[in-house]
Design a protein around this ligand. Structure first.
Ligand SMILES: Nc1ncnc2c1ncn2[C@@H]1O[C@H](COP(=O)(O)OP(=O)(O)OP(=O)(O)O)[C@@H](O)[C@H]1O
Ligand SMILES: [Mg+2]
Length: 247
């Protein structure tokens, strides 16, 4: 039986009075990988921000459901508790907050009943850091403070693995990663995929989709999904760009 993890229905959203998302429909079931492609400025990152409840964006119509629960107007932490995770295209620096503090707080917000002892928790964190090839010393650094582009992306993946979401949105996780890091990240995605997590992978490039083959490819143009297809669509975009796809 297919079970839906994320359902987006006729979603419209605006920022500073400008409509960016113009009626998005998208369903992701458990154990599915979807790729979201589209030209610069199409609204891909906006969709991610709207899904996690970024306060700058206003939903003007439509609905967002996770596991059947309406989270359209929920607080960001409630969306996370419902199982949503977004890896940002441009992760920001939070100078005053150490990675260790942040991860522990985020984890306790999601799993308040688990009460995992600190030592056990940080052993788990260190194991995942090895997997994504992040040195242990990062744990005491402030969030993204002085991190290189690739280090920021690795930290997003670290969070993804530790927080065990049900639906993962990766916004250009492949940009800025070296070849070795891309392999590590793909391996982590595959591990989670095997646990039947739903994925929405926003990307411009084939290189991540060669390793992680999406069953579904959607193309967003000017705030609307203008094509739903499979791997053939991303192959053709690689060769021909977006001009052949008309609204
Ligand atoms: N405050 C704002 N006022 C006006 N327009 C905005 C504002 N914030 C974002 N936009 C516009 O929304 C559009 C969608 O941006 P978004 O970041 O979602 O694009 P994208 O599809 O992720 O592009 P890319 O591939 O370059 O990452 C852009 O044209 C952007 O300039
Ligand atoms: Mg973007």
């Amino acid at each position: 039986m297919t079970e839906t993890v994320l359902e987006i229905k006729n979603l419209k959203a605006e920022v500073d009075g400008k409509e960016i998302l113009k009626g998005i429909n998208l369903t992701v079931n458990y154990g599915e990988i979807h790729a979201l492609m589209g030209p610069n400025g199409a609204g891909k990152s906006t969709l991610g921000e709207v899904l996690i409840g970024h306060p700058n964006y206003t939903v003007t119509d439509g609905k967002i459901l996770i596991n059947g629960k309406d989270i359209t107007h929920a607080a960001p932490e409630d969306r996370a508790r419902a199982g949503l995770f977004l890896a940002f295209q441009n992760p920001i620096t939070v100078s005053g907050v150490k990675i260790s503090t942040f991860l522990r707080m985020a984890y306790n917000n999601l799993y308040p009943d688990e009460k995992m002892p600190l030592k056990e928790f940080f052993n788990m964190v260190k194991e995942v850091m090895k997997d994504v090839d992040m040195d242990e010393s990062f744990i005491t650094r402030a969030i993204n403070d002085g991190f290189s582009g690739g280090e920021r992306k690795r930290f997003e993946v670290l969070q993804m693995v530790i927080l065990r979401p049900k639906i993962v949105i990766l916004d250009e996780i492949d940009s800025g990663l070296d070849v070795d890091a891309l392999k590590l990240v793909s391996a982590e995605i595959k591990k989670m995929y095997n646990q039947k997590v739903g994925f929405l992978i926003i990307t411009h490039y084939q290189r991540i989709l060669k390793d992680i083959i999406p069953e579904f490819v959607h193309v967003l143009k000017d705030g609307k999904i203008v094509m739903n297809g499979d791997k053939n669509v991303s192959d053709r975009i690689e060769d021909e760009g977006y001009d052949w796809i008309k609204e």
